[in-house]
Design a protein around this ligand. Sequence first.
Ligand code: BGC
Length: 234
Amino acid sequence: MDSSLNTLCVDIGGTGVKLIVVDGKGLQLCDRQRAKTPQPGTPEAIISVIEELSGLVPEFDRIAVGFPGVVHEGIIGTAANLDINWPGTDLADELFQRLNKPVRVANDADVQGYGCVRGKGVEMVLTLGTGMGSALFVDGRLVPNLELAHHLFKKGKTYEDYVGRPALETVGTQKWIKRVKRVIETTKRVWNWDLMHLGGGNTKLLRDVQFPEQIQLHSNTAGVLGGYFLWQTD
Ligand code: BGC
């Protein structure tokens, strides 16, 4: 790996598009830039926002994108919280055409996980933002595109219906925290993970909750920075 290359790390979310440039060692070279996700969040509109924001940060040599849906080799499979035109979009190629730098794209929870897993045992990642992201790592190796979000959790509600942003806004923080704990307990029973990582913008609401050591909270910025690791593998 060439350790002199800078990476533009992009996180596309249902609410905000965020980006940061990191150097060849993964160190942050600028403040995080953020813009609201355009509504509707079409491929064209979001790619234009990335292009604009990328003009506000230091020079970069390559791009890593976390996308809120299933991604296979740069091509979008699903995008539940964005515009319906996303599935089938070759995001890696479209961004390459715009910014003329090589691009790697992965699911946003997978990217978050790359940035925070320890690399030992079974580690699960849940991201709590507009949607609910999920990722699974075994001894540091990713099981890509784990999609818990749209599976039934309880009373006809999916995991995402239960703890996504609209649910938080409807039931309020205290009830939402109870729901998140129930989701965590269920994943523990199913996957028997050794470590659970919680990321995404709403994780800040869990700051005062006493979790056992095996449950760790991460900042939203950590999710963006995880993109650096997309370029650390061949
Ligand atoms: C998507 C996931 C994504 C999560 C968080 C869900 O709606 O299906 O792929 O990781 O939202 O953005």
